[in-house]
Write a protein of this length. Structure first.
Ligand code: FES
Ligand code: FES
Lengths: 799, 159
């Protein structure tokens, strides 16, 4: 994709960002606003550190004297028995201290996050994918360890292997985790009686996270059984439990710290556990600090990715295009172990309706074991692979009926009158999809532009165009209901400065900034008075992964709870000391008003401290209303839904298959935004990442079962030049969460990822033009230029 | 071991390095200058971008000894005390960062675009020139805006 386009006006319209920074600071007695309160544009709290290179990532932490380095030795077979493992040359290599194998693990050789005991830290006798860790070299330098790791002599006895999910189903490979069925009505009967039926299959590719900072863990041994692990995980509590499990010690001996990650996207939810375990075992064995950082190729070979799916679908519908029944069989490439494949494949089913009502529906998941790396969480967590099928079905019906897919979408939206129940029996109470779509349709001038595209294609040139408008509805909450809890720890020091800690982790999404805004708002103290501190299992225990877009929803509420506790004590203190009613104590910007008297926040806190008021609190939150029974496939797994829609217009070259995205317009719902500039950034980034998933990012295995796209040289994420030439991103500023979430905002991390589907469908329309839109092109993904070209040829051949 | 003499952010330095030491390792490990990041180790991501004798280069693919006599600039040398370089300021103002891991390399590449082309640049040039610097978080939208902002090419909303 290349671009010569002009920046359009909306794009350059400089946001009125950070305006609140200009406001006069100080202890003004009549200040109207604090700096960095809620619902304001506030730059990322680490922005200045980021731009000056002073933000510390795990690899930047100063290494204590005696630090050594670990490096993994990986398998070079997809499925094989190890017949001999010769490590003498590795041990003899310069700088090498020792080699760690499964025998050195004092506790349990397993890092399965769901306790299925199917994921060894280091392989014992059988390798189950190409790139599986077999041993770890410990050496004085990373370079020495990395070189030595190549010297192992390993003999294998090859075993048959399976890579593709449908092949795995055909060969009766086992499920890695129990499958799920969602069912409402009688889909089979309704399918029989439907006026029209379409059956199809879609292959949906996986995706590597390509976080710019790869995996890294740095373990520092302590006294007794203690160990501190600095690492880049989205789930410090789980890393703590895994390290304890592998070391065979209690969780209280292990501390996991994360200041920030250089991107996560789900790839660091469970995948860091292995690195933490290796570093911790080595650190305890040799009583020296141990750091492990694989290079990019090993990172991409040895750690899990987004699940690839092969989906067989069938839809029955009437003459208008209104759906009567849908069935879907979702086979996923889970890899050799379960990891998070259970909840990921569940979420694919939960989102196979996207924004549409299916009167009769039957959906089955098939979490297939394959001889590939164990696939894991990735932004959307299976949801995108469900949504994409709903959109493919809309597209299929549209081509069948000779209508615009947008009309079919509108016809099938959830609505009132009994058309509001999902395949998992949750009632959709907050449906704003029709409103979002109508607004975007008008704003982006969809109808006129679609006419123009049709006219252009009518001329029959080599360059064909396509345009598509696709919506998203995304369920917010962990489907593992117990995960929907969070803790926070807030201290107010006697000088009025505030220390904030919570269980969420910062991976760039601005979570720390938003939670600090909530705290600033609660105390009416300027943002700068709040110190955001690293996530650590020492301060807030038993946390959930920062995932499922829930970071702000959960941790913001927990932090608010802590603030409210402290404020309640302060109010009681002031009411008593000044002899006023509690209502007469008010937290105003930078100050506290007690009856007629006003004190600066710092003065007031000093007085409270002198009066021995407890100025620290642990906050807690659990999401209300949700419940889910996996056995019956019924419940209310989601607290609420987030919505959005995108229109994309593309041009393809029918002689080469190359394409560009000419324009994308997005309207997205984040409820009442805590921080619009950060939310817009999430929407932009998610869209581009979703577009990458469906266009250029191809995972490719060779005949021997080795993933060959294991570096950015061959695995192509979007570049600066791939962005749509015109890119308009708006938040639906009228939206407010109808549920009582933190300041009525909505989660934003994952939902806009699925807006990338508009690009896929626009490409599809451009392809379809070559046989006059008679055939739904049924593009598999990623729709690389090669795939586009093949589809064009297929359709031309058929005309 | 070889002694390399070079100027880093205006300071003359003499450092002993192994012949095979990479420039990025000289910076990060020998000198403790961790603002320059390593994203791929193999010239593909741009996280390690520094400016060597006026040219943006990837420090993971240059031997430290090749920098003999050179003038090297890194992210640490960009700000003037507490005053940010205009490019650093623009990245903050335009929210051109999320996780921040690509940011130092991205800023060095961006500074070099302006140094080589002056402010007579347009969006398509910026996007092409940044092709060697990957960002997985932002979608590049605000990064491109930040660079255009420094070049004075960002029409201001009435302020
Ligand atoms: S680390 Fe040098 S280009 Fe990626
Ligand atoms: S901000 Fe995270 S990679 Fe660019």
């Amino acid at each position: 994709m290349h671009d010569d386009g002009k920046l359009n006006e909306d794009l350059v319209a400089r946001e009125n960002a950070f305006g609140d920074l200009d406001e006069n600071p100080g202890s003004d007695r009549d200040r109207k606003r604090i700096r960095g309160g809620v619902h304001t544009d506030r730059q990322h709290d680490s922005a200045i550190k980021h731009v000056t290179g002073r933000a510390d990532y795990t690899d930047d932490i100063a290494e204590p004297a005696g630090t050594v380095h670990a490096y993994l030795g990986l398998s070079t077979r997809a499925h094989a028995r190890i017949t001999s493992l010769e490590l003498e040359a590795v041990r003899a290599a310069p700088g090498v201290l020792d080699v760690l194998t499964a025998d050195d693990i004092p506790g349990v050789n397993d890092v399965s996050p769901t306790s299925r005991n199917d994921e060894p830290v280091l392989v014992t006798d059988k390798v189950e994918f190409w790139g599986q860790p077999i041993f770890a070299v410990i050496a004085e330098t990373r370079d020495a360890a990395r070189r030595a790791a190549q010297l192992a002599e390993i003999a294998y006895e090859d075993l048959p292997f399976v890579l593709e999910p449908d092949e795995a189903r055909d060969q009766d490979m086992p499920y890695v985790t129990p499958p799920l069925t969602l069912k409402r009505g009688d889909a089979r009967d309704a399918m029989e009686t439907a006026p029209h039926r379409i059956k199809g299959q879609m292959r949906v590719g996986g995706q590597d996270h390509m976080y710019l900072e790869g995996h890294i863990a740095f373990a520092i041994p302590g006294e007794d059984e203690d160990v501190i692990v600095h690492c880049s995980t989205q789930h410090p509590t789980e890393a703590q439990h895994m390290v304890a499990h592998v070391l065979g010690v209690a969780s209280n001996a292990v501390t996991v710290n994360v200041r920030r990650m250089g991107g996560g996207f789900g790839g660091k939810e469970t995948q860091m556990n292995l690195f933490c375990a290796v570093a911790a075992v080595a650190a305890k064995k040799w009583d020296r600090p141990v750091k492990i950082r694989p290079d990019r190729d090993d990172d991409m070979s040895a750690t899990g990715k987004r699940h690839d799916f092969v989906i067989d679908y069938e839809v029955g519908f009437d003459d208008e295009g209104r759906i009567e029944a849908v069935t879907g069989e979702f086979a996923a490439r889970c890899g050799f172990s379960s990891d998070l494949s259970g909840p990921v494949t569940d979420r694919a089913l939960f989102h196979a309706d996207n924004a549409y009502f299916y009167p009769h529906v039957l959906l089955n998941s098939h979490p297939m074991k394959t001889n590939t790396v164990s696939n894991t969480a990735f932004r959307g967590f299976g949801g995108p692979q469900g949504v994409i099928i709903a959109e493919r079905i809309m597209e299929e019906i549209a081509y069948h009926r000779g209508r615009d897919a947008l009309e079919i979408r509108k016809l099938n939206f959830y609505g009132p009158d009994g058309r509001d129940v999902t395949p998992y029996h949750q009632t959709v109470e907050d449906n704003i999809a029709p409103q979002i779509v109508a607004e975007l349709e008008a704003q982006a001038d969809y109808q006129a532009r679609r006419e123009a595209v049709l006219d252009w294609n009518e001329r029959g040139g080599v360059i064909r165009k396509g345009i598509a408008l696709t919506p998203v509805k995304f369920g917010i909450s962990f489907t593992a209901t117990w995960y929907n809890q969070a803790g926070a720890l807030v201290h107010v020091y006697s000088d009025g400065s505030i220390h904030l800690n919570h269980g969420g982790t910062e991976m760039g999404q601005g979570l720390n900034t938003k939670v600090a805004q909530v705290v600033a708002d609660a105390f009416q103290a300027d943002f700068e008075t709040i110190k955001i501190t690293k996530t650590t299992t020492e301060k807030v225990p038993n946390t959930s992964a920062t995932a499922a877009s829930s970071g702000t929803d959960l941790n913001g509420m927990a932090a608010l709870d802590a603030c409210e506790q402290i404020k309640a004590r302060l109010v009681a203190f002031a009411a008593e000391k000044w002899g006023v009613a509690p209502e007469a104590v008010r937290f105003l910007p930078g100050r506290v008003q007690i009856g007629d008297e006003t004190h600066s926040f710092a003065e007031f806190i000093k007085l409270a401290y002198m009066a021995r008021i407890h100025l620290s609190a642990a906050g807690f939150y659990k999401t209300p209303k949700i419940h889910w029974n996996r056995e019956t496939g019924q419940g209310r797994p989601f607290y609420y839904y987030a919505y959005g829609a995108a229109v994309s217009e593309v041009s393809i070259d029918t002689l080469t298959g190359e394409y560009i995205v000419d324009r994308t317009d997005i309207l997205h719902d984040v409820g009442k935004s805590l921080n619009p500039v950060i939310d817009r950034g999430q929407v932009e980034g998610a869209f581009i990442q979703g577009m990458g998933w469906l266009t250029t990012e191809e995972l490719w295995w060779d005949e021997a079962g080795q993933l060959r796209t294991h570096a950015p040289s061959t695995y192509k994420i979007p570049l600066a030049s791939d962005r749509p030439r015109i890119f308009n991103v708006d938040l639906a500023d009228w939206s407010e969460n109808r549920e009582n979430t933190i300041k009525r905002s909505k989660a934003v991390g994952e939902p806009p990822f699925m807006l990338g589907i508009s690009v896929l469908e626009a490409l599809s329309m451009a392809v379809a033009s070559v046989d006059d839109y008679r055939t739904c092109p049924r593009l598999d993904t990623p729709a690389t230029p090669e795939r586009i070209l093949l589809a064009v040829e297929r359709l031309q051949g058929g005309s | 071991m070889t002694t390399v003499s070079l100027t880093i952010n205006g300071d003359r330095r003499q450092v002993d390095v192994e012949d095979r030491t990479l420039l990025v390792d000289l910076l990060r490990e020998t000198l403790g200058m961790t603002g320059t990041h390593v994203g791929c180790d193999t010239t593909q991501c741009g996280a390690c971008t520094v400016i060597l004798d006026g040219k943006a280069v990837k420090s993971c693919t240059i031997l430290a000894v090749m920098a003999e006599g050179a003038e090297l600039r890194t992210i640490e040398g960009l700000a003037d005390g507490d005053t940010l370089h205009p490019m650093q300021q623009a990245f903050c103002d335009n929210h051109a960062l999320q996780c921040g891991f690509c940011t130092p390399g991205m800023i060095m590449a961006a500074v070099n675009i302006i140094e080589r082309h002056g402010t007579d640049i347009d969006e398509s040039l910026v996007r092409r020139e940044l092709e060697g610097n990957l960002c997985r978080c932002t979608g590049y939208h605000n990064i491109v805006k930040a660079v255009l902002d420094v070049a004075g090419k960002l029409p201001r909303a009435s302020e």
